[in-house]
Design a protein around this ligand. Structure first.
Ligand code: ADP
Length: 480
């Protein structure tokens, strides 16, 4: 079976969040299971071509974007055992500092950029002479691929019998555009109808992915149910219900070659369950780097928070209770970028408690690894969470997750029960700051019981969220 992965971001080349982790890791598992898989992504200029040994290959192509011919070039490299990663290049569209936008917001020509990419994907397949059985599309930026397969590319025999799978990583990001821009994507007006691409007088690329693909997946079972409700469907719950027979929830895994404290190239003091004592050296280093107070025995619990600073991630709850939390015996390391109001809120609290809270307003892969390794607990109070990778990574590092029971967090984290010796974290059900506070208090209180804490950490590190099981589920779907 041949499968092409298409995504606007893929780790380790370009990453803004969990999507890149998934599209960088899942192909390796599929490859192991016997699928012939290739990946295509935009050739962003920020990608380090030397580091990844990316080489240009023959075969320029051109596509129409808004009625104008735009040319592209192709380059490629390999990851894993033999997986080809193909970069679709165009300087006008991808020679920028960001993936989707800058401090002023989204790039105003994102529609042109991803129209180019989607058409480019289909053209490049012809150039390289490789016909996949399935194109597996990830998120709205590639929602036009299933649409093109069923419309303007349908009559070309090369594309016949190519099926598409569309995976939703977050319903909140939809790629909706106003009608005056419709000419850019090159679809006929017969597609601009309510059961196709039209969406409340606009058109929507995520809806295109949902409507035109053969099968739709999302990244946890709970989220696949939640997005069929008005609370989490962001207006597309009706379409999702209509396609519910073809909608599946498969929980993400993580790549334990990248995320394992025993072989993590970013951390100096490696450890596993047997050598868990070494975790403390990471904590010390993290406290030093962050300029936080260091007590002799490192007894003060350290909570890590690595996240986009957006309401989705529970920042409104944190804002409500951060002052009260600062009254507890704990320290907090925050790593993230995002909405200005949350950056401002965190800056002011950090100025007030500089030895208790460390604020790192940046995207920093190395620091992220050290926070997972050095923290005692990991905070993830998301309002909604399609899957979430932060809690899965922190489990592997013996860093106990504190989460809101929603989406993938509900599917992967279970409240610790000392009597039963079950569970791998702390969970709150109602999205309220008082619930968050009492859950953190529960965690702090158990932390004092060294023996119980050790049991919990061991449960965390034994949780298995490798791609093995989920990879098999995807193959079952592909076969369908
Ligand atoms: P998202 O909704 O942002 O995709 P996930 O939990 O699924 O959330 O994945 C987030 C991924 O991005 C994790 O690998 C996390 O470690 C990483 N990440 C988030 N913010 C930062 C940051 N500021 N610096 C480094 N890594 C980050």
């Amino acid at each position: 079976m041949k499968v092409l992965f298409v995504s606007p971001e893929v780790a380790p080349f370009a990453k803004t969040g969990g999507l890149a982790d998934v599209t960088g890791a899942m192909p390796k598992e599929l490859d192991k299971l016997g699928v012939e898989v290739k990946i295509m992504m935009p050739g962003y200029s920020i990608i380090d071509k030397n580091k990844f040994k990316i080489k240009k290959i023959k075969g320029d192509f051109s596509v129409y974007v808004g009625g104008k011919s735009k040319s592209g070039t192709i380059s490629k490299c390999k990851i894993g055992r033999k997986i080809e990663v193909i970069f679709v290049n165009n300087k006008e569209y991808f020679d920028r500092d960001g993936l989707y936008g800058d401090k002023n917001g989204d790039y105003p020509d994102n529609l042109q950029r991803f129209t180019f990419f989607c058409k480019g994907i289909l053209e490049v397949l012809k150039v390289i002479g490789w016909k996949p059985d399935i194109i597996h599309c990830h998120d709205w930026q590639v929602g036009l691929v299933p649409a093109y397969l069923k419309t303007i590319y349908r009559s070309d025999t090369f594309y016949q019998n190519i099926s598409s799978v569309f995976t939703i990583h977050n319903m909140a990001h939809q790629g909706n555009f106003t009608t005056d821009l419709y000419y850019i994507i090159g679809l006929g007006w017969e597609e601009f109808v309510f059961d196709k691409i039209e969406f409340h007088g606009k058109f929507s690329l995520i809806k295109a992915g949902i409507v035109y693909s053969n099968i739709i997946t999302t990244v946890s079972e709970s989220y696949s149910r939640e997005i069929q409700t008005s609370e989490f469907g962001f207006g597309l719950e009706g379409v999702l219900k209509w396609r519910s027979d073809d909608l599946y929830g498969i929980v993400n895994g993580i790549d334990y070659n990248v995320w394992s404290p025993g072989k993590d190239g970013y951390i100096e003091h490696k450890y596993n369950l047997k050598t868990i004592k070494n975790k403390a050296a990471n904590k010390r280093k993290l406290l030093e780097i962050c300029g936080l107070a260091i007590d002799k025995d490192l007894e003060v619990p350290l909570i890590g928070f690595i996240s986009r600073l957006a309401e989705q991630k529970g920042l409104d709850l944190i804002e409500e209770c951060i002052e009260e939390l600062m009254g507890f015996e704990l320290q907090l390391v925050v790593l993230g970028t995002g909405e200005e109001k949350y950056e401002t809120m965190l800056k002011s609290i950090c100025e007030k408690y500089p030895k208790k809270i460390s604020l790192n307003l940046k995207f920093d892969e190395e620091l992220a690894h050290l926070i997972y390794a050095g923290s005692d607990m990991f905070l993830m109070p998301s309002k909604f969470e399609p899957c979430g990778l932060g809690q899965l990574i922190s489990l592997k590092y013996g860093t106990v997750p504190i989460v809101h029971k929603t989406g993938g967090l509900a599917d992967t984290i279970e409240e610790f029960d000392l009597d039963e010796n079950s569970g791998n974290g702390f969970v709150f059900e109602s999205y309220l700051s008082i619930e968050l506070i009492s859950t953190i208090e529960r965690a702090l209180s158990l932390y004092k019981d060294k023996k119980a804490w050790k049991t919990l950490v061991s449960n965390c590190m034994k949780s298995d969220f490798s791609w093995k099981a989920s990879g098999k589920k995807y193959i079952e779907l592909y076969e369908k």
